[in-house]
Design a protein around this ligand. Structure first.
Ligand code: 5AD
Ligand code: SF4
Length: 503
């Protein structure tokens, strides 16, 4: 019988797996996922033996840096570790510690090196400790060279293309290999049907594609995540149906550029068509997706969003720069005017949409005039929120060798100006639903106020309101009493009605 634990761990893909019955005396199977199930069974045996020896459970801990894609990968990695018999630990003082790294900006790399020193000190105290690194930063050859030279205490290193192999790599480490390193440059392979440990029982990320083909000139992602590969729609639908059967009501479709989904499949299909198929899944309430590249956002998608009951009223549409000259240098393949036209078209079709964005300040050669073009777009589009980044030079990208890197003090000054503007606008925009009733997916207890809950509107804005924990994971109607700029304070509909009557 499936336990609640199994349901959360998505083991419905693997309900028939009884690890005790897997024959470990023979060679591992060649095909996936059977091969990884064999290695999970092997690790399980080792973890059981070690736990008995230590008289306590073996614990594991994953620290995730970077984007939603990494967060979702970490759920899969945690799924494998729990299947392998580990118990989830609360801190780096665990027996198996994994850092899932990001390398999109240089400071992310520095943070990892900084924390590795701390891990080394923990390992000196706990000789059973296994330290493992994976993710985008590991796809950079210089990083692995540095680790091999100066961080010999790291046990396992792997990249972005082979996370499904964690149990196999751990198995090699158990066999006594010292620093197990397995980095693939690229892959066409997509392994389905592995376990995953979801952070929330009621919402989940779902990969629809991997990699990126855009080569924006500042960005390292295409080099570390490889070429674009779309999953088959049937596999995606099957996964979502299984998630819904286990209690999921909201999904986030994940890809670096979801708008080009399906182009390279044997039977091509558009992202809008995929969304329409997903919309049919009974029991699924909300569909989110990220990220959209403006150059590929089709009229078909706008139409589908407009008529959908389930697609959330939120679109993350990275601008990067408002200057057509800089956009050209960035290889973004749209101009300021095209972006503004697109944003206006979306707002006209879906007036209650919330638009958010990413902006880079200080790209090589950015002049004051270029920067003012960015400010102009921000003022015209009026984003609900914007992630603002200082340009970070990534070795190997075309922008890294461009002349005219902007001086640090100029970048900082522009960044501060932009941030102020973005915040002022979002404080005005975010409160537009005040005094209306909205559907809210209740996510967790409010960590500031006892007896309160925290949930999200379809457009992703946060709402706090009084209520009991049983509502977590449910969609309820909430009257938005007060706008606090970036969030609302509300009352659940019935309670709100009462309070209105009282007035
Ligand atoms: N420097 C600064 N920001 C970057 N991003 C990507 N590469 C860089 C870089 N080299 C930002 C982009 C992207 C977001 C995920 O990270 O704005 O949309
Ligand atoms: Fe990087 Fe551009 Fe691909 Fe986004 S679309 S991951 S910014 S290369």
């Amino acid at each position: 019988m499936k336990t609640m634990e199994d349901v959360r761990r998505n083991t419905y893909f693997m309900t028939s797996i009884d690890y005790e019955t897997i024959d470990l005396s023979g060679l591992p199977p060649e095909t996936e996922p059977a091969r990884q199930q064999y290695f999970i069974a092997r690790c399980r045996q080792w973890v059981t033996e070690k736990s008995e020896e230590l008289g306590r459970p073996m614990t594991c801990f994953i620290s995730t840096f970077g984007c939603q894609m990494n967060a979702h990968d970490s759920e899969k990695l945690m799924g494998i570790l729990l299947e392998a018999g580990f118990t989830e630990g609360q801190s780096e003082e665990s027996d198996f510690v994994l850092y899932n790294t990001c390398t999109v900006r240089e400071n992310a790399n520095q943070r990892v090196y900084g924390r590795l020193g701390y891990l080394n000190s923990l390992k000196k105290k706990n000789p059973h400790m296994i330290i493992s690194l994976c993710g985008c930063m590991m796809q950079e050859p210089e990083v692995v060279e540095k680790l091999k030279k100066s961080y010999r205490f790291v046990d396992i290193i792997f990249g972005t293309h082979n996370i499904y192999k964690l149990a196999e790599l751990l198995s090699e480490r158990i066999d006594g290999r010292k620093m197990v390193i397995d980095i693939w440059k690229d892959t066409a392979k997509i392994v389905e049907d592995l376990p995953s440990e979801r952070k929330y029982p009621f919402k989940s990320g779902v990969n629809i594609m991997f990699g990126c083909n855009n080569f924006c000139s500042y960005c390292i992602v295409p080099y570390v995540r490889g070429r674009e590969r779309s999953r088959n729609p049937e596999d995606i639908i099957r996964e979502i149906e299984a998630l819904v059967a286990s209690g999921v009501v909201e999904i986030m479709l994940l890809g670096q550029n979801v708008n080009s989904y399906g182009k390279n499949l044997e039977k091509p299909i558009t992202f809008a068509e995929l969304l329409q198929q997903i919309e049919q899944i009974e029991g699924l309430e909300r569909i989110r997706f990220m990220t959209s590249h403006p150059k590929d956002l089709s009229d078909e998608l706008i139409e589908v969003m407009k008529h959908s009951r389930k697609i959330c009223r939120h679109l993350h549409l990275p601008l990067q720069s408002g200057s057509s000259r800089i956009l050209n240098l960035m290889n973004r393949k749209y101009t300021k005017e095209q972006y503004l036209t697109l944003a206006a078209k979306i707002k006209e079709a879906i007036p209650d949409i919330s638009l958010t964005t990413d902006i880079i300040v200080g790209f090589p050669g950015e002049t004051e005039e270029d920067f003012e073009e960015t400010m102009d777009v921000v003022q015209r589009v009026r984003y609900d929120s914007a992630f603002t980044f200082i340009y970070s030079k990534r070795t190997g990208t075309p922008a890294a060798s461009m002349e005219d890197q902007v001086p640090e003090d100029v970048v900082k000054e522009r960044f501060d100006r932009l941030l102020k503007e973005v915040q002022a606008i979002s404080a005005q925009v975010c409160g537009r639903e005040v005094h209306t009733v909205q559907e809210v997916l209740v996510e967790e207890p409010d960590d500031h106020e006892e007896g309160f809950l925290t949930g999200r509107l379809s457009n992703n804005t946060i709402v706090h309101f009084p209520g009991s924990r049983e509502l977590i994971g449910k969609i309820v109607k909430v009257y938005l009493e007060q706008s606090k700029g970036f969030y609302y304070m509300g009352r659940q509909l019935d309670a709100a009605r009462d309070s209105l009557k009282d007035k």
